[in-house]
Write a protein that binds this ligand. Structure first.
Ligand SMILES: C[S@@+](CC[C@H](N)C(=O)[O-])C[C@H]1O[C@@H](n2cnc3c(N)ncnc32)[C@H](O)[C@@H]1O
Length: 242
């Protein structure tokens, strides 16, 4: 029987290790191009950080001038978000729910790495329907996820090739990584989701894809890249509510 999917971030040791991460190594590439993408495609105002974790991505949005709300299902991660940003707005939510979040409220929704950790296509689609509901007309949604290639190559900040099942995984299967930039070497459970499946989810939930961005390193950064100059570890979907 297959092991059920667990949220690797509902754990105090993992939360503490993750909260100490800034934007090192491979993570740098995830955030490097976001300011330009947000400036190009989103209006200023209210932003929702879905799966805010310990608040790294929420504080990033604040630094761009957004009034932010961070939501997460992990009390362990949220406790650290509160500690690191005493005046910030963070809220614990039920898995798969955006209950209490008003309609047509946000100019921008960012989800940074969260959908790697959400199991089942149905739940992903239901959440995107909720994003459609809580975004203002014409609002922008940015979904930053691991590229499928992340799980079959090694990186400055991740080991993945030590997991043989990653190489035969299909969309919906569990894949694993080890984050080498933290002092927590335990594998993280992700769920593989292909580009084709994400496109179907966006279509079903009423989103148009404005841009699919695959950030690569230039090779000039002072970082010991492994594959980052030739394979994009992340996929950044910029979506518009239609
Ligand atoms: C890899 S962490 C990223 C945290 C943050 N966005 C960042 O960039 O630092 C993923 C987060 O997604 C959260 N998460 C997983 N499933 C979720 C769900 N169904 N709803 C909301 N958050 C979820 C986890 O608890 C975890 O805090």
């Amino acid at each position: 029987m297959e092991t059920p999917f667990t949220n690797s971030y509902a754990d105090t040791t993992r939360a503490a290790a993750y909260a100490r991460l800034d934007f090192p190594g491979t993570y740098y590439l995830a955030f490097r191009d976001l300011p330009k993408l947000i400036e190009t495609y989103a209006s200023k105002g209210k932003a929702l950080d879905f799966g805010c974790g310990a608040g790294r991505s929420t504080r990033f949005l604040q630094s761009l001038g957004y009034e932010t709300t961070g939501l997460d299902i992990s009390a362990e991660m949220l406790a650290l978000a509160h500690q690191l940003d005493k005046g910030g707005q963070y809220q614990l939510i039920e898995d798969g729910q955006l209950n209490g979040v008003p309609d047509n409220h946000f100019h921008l929704i960012l989800s940074a790495f969260t959908f790697d950790n959400i199991s089942t296509l149905e739940k992903k689609t239901a959440l995107f329907r909720e994003f459609h509901r809580v975004l203002k007309a014409g609002g922008c949604m940015i979904n930053l996820v691991s590229s499928p290639e992340l799980y079959v190559n090694d990186w400055a900040s991740f080991q993945t090739t030590c997991f043989p099942h990653n190489f035969i995984a299909q969309s919906g299967d569990i894949v694993n990584t080890i984050i080498t930039d933290t002092d927590d070497p335990r594998p993280v459970d992700d769920e593989l989701c292909t580009n084709a499946d994400y496109r179907n989810i966006y279509d079903e939930a009423g989103f148009a894809i404005l841009k699919t961005h695959k950030p690569l390193a230039t090779g000039k950064e002072p970082i010991a890249w492994v594959n980052e100059t030739r394979i994009a570890p992340w996929t950044i979907y910029v979506l518009r509510k239609i």
